[in-house]
Each structure stands twice: as structure tokens, then as C-alpha cells.
Design a binder for this molecule. Sequence first.
Ligand code: GYE
Length: 324
Amino acid sequence: MKQNVWVLGASWLLSLALAGCSGGGGAAADAGRITVGFSQVGAESEWRTANTASVKQALGGADFKLKFSDAQQKQENQIKALRSFIAQRVNVIAFSPVVESGWETVLREAKAANIPVVLTDRAVKVSDDSLYATLIGSDFVEEGRRAGRWLLDDSKQVTGPVRIVELQGTVGSAPAIDRMKGFHEVIDADKRFQVVRSQSGDFTRAKGKEVMEAFLKAEGRNIDVLFAHNDDMAIGAIQAIEEAGLKPGQDIRIVSIDGVRGAFEAMKAGKLNATVECNPLFGEQLAQLIRDVAAGKPVPKRVQVQEGVFTRDQAEAELPKRKY
Ligand code: GYE
């Protein structure tokens, strides 16, 4: 592992030296700057928009030259972007993988080219974890548990069954898989709780609304709780619930994840019951990690982002403080 870090660092120094030797105004102007290729998932949610702004700001500073690419939620676009970064011989690749699997080949290509890879936000499933230097992101399993614990706590007075519908994130993505797992870990221990429908809303408002409409059609008034893997889907679902003549936050209790401004507004209006924070503003932390990786310094394999849980009674006081 140590040796690996050293090799990656050395390769960065070498590529800097080569850039210096190649002459020309551009290369000279870039000397000392770290060229980063960043492949973002897309623009599917408020969370993502805030994350993109944070990353662009932090990597827009003097020490970096940023090549930014938006994958529009498609893995094939990300693989293309990564290959293009490799061909351009960037110093570091950073990317937020849309799904967990299917990365081995392209990550091996990056490794063969001695380009270190920093994962942001979402994890990958690979047989060899030396294929990436580090992952900075949230603990999605814990977020799912937090949503489950909130529900448990909010259901103390409920004696009968609690019928839950679940809006999952993008199929095969780390946050969808992990949030579902964490939520179940907590609620499965209590026989009252039952997930009666569970389907992906792809982390978007439009899909969240559409799938919630289908849930309402199938279950009628027999839905007690909605667990949405992100706030945007919950906000879309709130619309569907209102259009069905029901009161979101009351007839159907709703818990979601992210803690974006729209969620705080919905809580303030009494339509959303709780949101579990997932902080997208890790641009500065990422920039420091990239500096360290590029310099060949050892970095932790996993870097955690700090976050909490917020409820309706806190919404009014918290809203002005929210930065995303
Ligand atoms: O929760 C969701 C976004 O990967 C943590 O992706 C991220 C998730 C986030 O679309 O809103």
C-alpha cells in the first residue's frame, strides 16, 4: 500500500516534469498546478447541484486545473469521461460513480497509466481496492439507520401495523443499496413495521411523484409512512399525496435523506416530518485529499463527512443557516 502511494506520487512528479519540458505557454502556465479530471453523476437533485458547486469552487482555485464532466446519470458516459481523462494524462481522477459495479476495467486502465483515483460520495465494488486511492463520502448505511430510528421513535404511540412505502434511489447505486439496508436493519426488529411497496424513483422529483402516484393507486389509503432515499423524491411524492386528497406529514408521515433547503421548507410547512442530513459540501476536504494524493502522501482509505438528523420543530430555526 505504502509503496503504491509512493509510486503514484512519483508518477505525478514525473508528469509535472514532463509537462514542464514540453514547453509552450500552456504547459508553463500549468506548472505546479494539479490537473484534475472530475466526473460528476449528473444534476438529478438539489443535493447534487450543491455538491457540484462545492467541488467546482474548491477545485477552481489556483493550485488546480479542473476538467469537469457531467455523466447525466449514465455509467457509459462516466466510463467515456474517465478514458478521456486518462488519454489527457490528468494528474488525478476524481469521480462519483453512478452505480457500484462495472468499474474494474477502466480503473485498471487508470492504474496502468499511474493516475490515482479519488472516489467522491459513492462507493464502488471492486475485487482489488488498490484500484482507488481513497473514498470521501457519507455513511449511507448509517443514514438509513437514522431514518429507521426516527420512525421508531415517532411511532411510540402506534399499536397497530405501520405500512411503509419506500422510494429507492438509482438502482445499483451505493446510496440506494446502503440506505435500504440500514433502514431495514432498524425496522425489521419490530414486527409492526412492514414495507409494502418499494421501487426506484431514480433520485428525482419527477420520478418520485410518478412512483408515489402508482403506490397510492395500488394501496389506496393504506399507507402510513413514506421513506424516500432522498428529499427530492419526497418532495415529488408530497405533490402526488396532495393531489390524491391526502395530507402529507399527517395522513402519511414522511422521512427522507439529504437535508436540502427544499426539505426544510417542506418541514416548515408541516408536509415532511424529518430529514437525515447528507452533507454535499465536501469540496474543500476533497481538494486537500487530492493535493495529498498528488504529492504521494499517505491518505486514509475512507474519509467521512459529518452530518445529523433534523425534525419539523427545528426547521424554522435551522432554515436560515442552511447552506444547501
Ligand atoms: O442523496 C441524492 C443524489 O449520492 C449521496 O445522490 C448522493 C445522493 C443524494 O442524487 O440526492
